[in-house]
Design a protein around this ligand. Structure first.
Ligand SMILES: Cc1cc2nc3c(=O)[nH]c(=O)nc-3n(C[C@H](O)[C@H](O)[C@H](O)COP(=O)(O)O)c2cc1C
Length: 188
């Protein structure tokens, strides 16, 4: 039986979504926050829409530096994702308190977080304010992924959950995609 879903939960109907750890750097200050409201909106150029609430410290760093890295973590980083998603860089230095191991990016200034499965280096090309979050339109200027985890799609190798992207369901609930198949279309 269908039941009506309260409008404040509608975004969870569009879950699960991959978890991103969004790193920014501005004038020597580095920050990282967890973000799931990100999705592709153009292939050529490769664009991603990312929704960030103006209250986030990241919002300020992203607006001023106009660059970021979307780090795609795996299951061993689930606790880190919750921490980066519940503490603000305005209150504490998350690089220090979360003991982030960072590496140099290739095409932007914001750092990568070591141990992630993939890295999308992005430049902000547009900013919109359609609701309570700012919609940053990001152009991906370079992307890298672990070969064992991603070929032309996520490979989801059986028996190795740590090579699958983590997805977020809401609250403290995470999941990893469990089953992969190739779907055929029968003629007629
Ligand atoms: C799993 C998860 C996903 C989140 N996704 C987003 C998001 O897409 N956009 C957003 O503005 N905040 C999101 N948040 C909240 C921010 O990560 C959180 O407010 C964080 O503490 C902001 O850090 P900052 O102030 O250092 O930027 C998410 C939190 C969690 C735990």
């Amino acid at each position: 039986m269908l039941r009506e879903i309260p409008l404040d939960l509608v975004h969870r109907l569009l879950a699960p979504k991959p978890v991103c750890l969004l790193t920014t750097r501005c004038k020597g200050r580095v920050n990282a926050m967890t973000a799931v409201w990100a999705g592709p909106i153009s292939l050529e150029p490769p664009l991603i829409a990312l929704a960030v609430h103006p209250a986030r410290y990241t919002h300020d760093l992203l607006a001023r530096s106009e660059e970021c890295v979307l780090n795609i973590p795996a299951r061993p980083q689930a606790e880190l994702a919750l921490k980066l998603g519940s503490i603000s860089g305005a209150d504490e230095d998350k690089v220090a308190t979360c003991k982030l191991q960072l590496s140099s990016p290739q095409r932007v200034e914001a750092p990568r977080i070591d141990g992630c499965l993939a890295y999308l280096e992005c430049a902000v090309v547009e900013r919109l304010a359609p609701g309570d979050h700012t919609l940053f339109v990001l152009q991906v200027v370079g992307a890298w992924a672990e070969g064992e985890a991603f070929g032309e799609t996520w490979l989801l190798p059986e028996g190795n959950d740590d090579l699958a992207p983590m997805v977020y369901l809401g609250g403290r609930e995470f999941a990893i995609p469990g089953k992969r198949w190739s779907q055929s279309i029968e003629p007629g």
